[in-house]
Design a protein around this ligand. Sequence first.
Ligand SMILES: Nc1nc2c(ncn2[C@@H]2O[C@H](COP(=O)(O)OP(=O)(O)OP(=O)(O)O)[C@@H](O)[C@H]2O)c(=O)[nH]1
Length: 675
Amino acid sequence: MSRHRSVRGLNYDEEYDDYYCDAYGHSVEDSANFCASPGFEQQYMFDRSKSTAMGDYIVGTNPDEEDDDDDDSDGKDKAMSRRRLDSVHVEFPSNLSPTSEARLKECLEVLRDISGESIPEPFLLNAAIEANYDSNIALQILHDKPRNTEGPSIDIVREGSDASLDDLKAKLETICREDKSARPKVLDKLAPSTSRTASSSKSGSSCSTPRMIISPSPSLSKPSPRESHKAKLDPVAEYEKERKSSQKQCLNMVVIGHVDAGKSTLMGHLLFKMGQVNQKTMHKYEQESKKVGKQSFAFAWVLDETGEERTRGITMDVGLSKFETKTKSVTLLDAPGHKDFIPNMITGASQADVALLVVDATRGEFETGFESGGQTREHALLARSLGVLQMGVVVNKLDNEGWSKQRFEEISHKISAFLTKHVGLRDADVVYIPCSGLTGENLISPPTNDALKSWYSGPCLVDVIEKFRPPERPVSKPLRLSVTDVFKGVSSLVNVSGKVECGFVQAGERLLIMPQAEQCILKAVACENASSGMTAFAGDQVVASLAGIEAQNVSLGSVLCEPQCPVPVATRFVARLVVFGIEIPITRGFPVIFHQNSMSEQAMVVKLIASVHRSTGEILKNKPRCLLKNSSALVVLEVARPICIELYKDVKELGRFTLRCSGATIAAGMITEIL
Ligand SMILES: Nc1nc2c(ncn2[C@@H]2O[C@H](COP(=O)(O)OP(=O)(O)OP(=O)(O)O)[C@@H](O)[C@H]2O)c(=O)[nH]1
């Protein structure tokens, strides 16, 4: 078994239709229970001493965003901040009242939560005092510091992106046509006088997105014999010929759930029963785990391969394996359950077509994972926001509850309500299975345990997996191969693992690596699903060997594409957000971590355009002051460095993302416009 490598694909139409269904993304708790700190409450209460007009306040418009023009608004923001601060004591009071002390502490806590350790404490303290303990204003002050030339800044976005865009510009210049009309949009951004055009498109595929385009240089635009050959191929016919006739359907399945729910044990035992792990290896794991006092983890060791994972008894990275059912070739992604490893879980889930949500049926344990801020709900929400539409809910460790039918039904009932009402999965797309990963009950054959047999006659785990429907693979779209790992092989070639998000790729092709704007030749593409070993299609997890580049010129988050139809690269874009159960409202200038597939990047919400109805998308309010939990909105996001993105309507895998802050997932989104 190996560490994580990627796989996925989607049923586009189906998913897009209900992505923003009424239920999707609703928070766990009722919004009426929203708790705000006094500092935050005060910010959203009308205050005569501040200059905001009552009319503005009632309309709920963010006074900071009165002007649509960004450059202008910066000045206005500052002016507004200054005006607000006129009534604020800027000196540290020597004798704070108990109320002020409490407010100061609360404000500092919020600032620390958001800034982490990136800003020294004295600066946070000064900002908090300057903002009269209003954390939102304090954030704005910290954000504006460099323009005031004192103190550090959390404005990582502009600082980081300027340098990177310069680098990119230089590289793009070298491979752009002399023809100025074909200059990439990124160059236009840096040199506004230059005109821009749409991209060229490869034969048989459309490249309709308004793109930050890199145009091929004359040498690049002249296709090699191999490329000409590829251009003549019908991707769908090739896919049918290679895959559908001879092979089993490919399915990428992620296993998710709260820490210690028994995910690795369940999957390790399943793989053993399916013959993927031989008796000798299993015996070795039993002996070795016994020696270190972790005998109950023997099956988990099949997927938890590293020393640290085995010693600590937790999964840290995504474990990857393969097995086959009668009609399917399943790529299994075992995600970590611990909250510290959510970014890895996101990587795994972003590559999956379907998910198994494992819950521990043991009394008290299920409740911890589901009701007390555990990861069961967060994982389910994340999986759905990353494109998973079908789910098997494994009610695991039911042996600990004497195979109680009542307990199974109680758990199924609670999870069903959550998945259908809050996550947005259809009831018909979720199946509940009573199991024991430890004893192996109901994994690959009907139950043998009398207590379970007496009331359960449904499918076993493998039957559920067998019934999952693989999504349509977008093989006709332009090639997008996202890189999840880079490693040096024995030869001079650079190997990358990744997933073909859409399109198809053949050995011998010349490819463009974005956002690095590097060219390379694909020497070989290894893919377990491929019969020829020369071609990989959308949905395939591959290892690609690249010639003509250095390892440092490709990285996690890079996208390989055809030079004739490059992937857009940008730092700023409009997105539609679905906000989860947040405690701190999202305001303008809110710093976040942007997650897209296996890539994460520092980012900032730079503009709140409008709050929208979560199911219809209808605009409810322009320029809202903030976004509360369970809301939906159009926002402008800016990432610290140029990244490869697509519009959600074009390529879902590169058009959707999740936002995290202070270790919690706060929103999911889809890109609607690239700026
Ligand atoms: N009684 C019982 N114990 C189980 C069962 N499945 C797993 N366990 C135990 O639960 C513990 C945790 O199992 P893991 O498989 O490591 O759990 P996990 O969900 O993969 O953990 P993370 O990946 O770290 O989140 C181990 O001690 C297992 O032996 C089960 O069906 N019944």
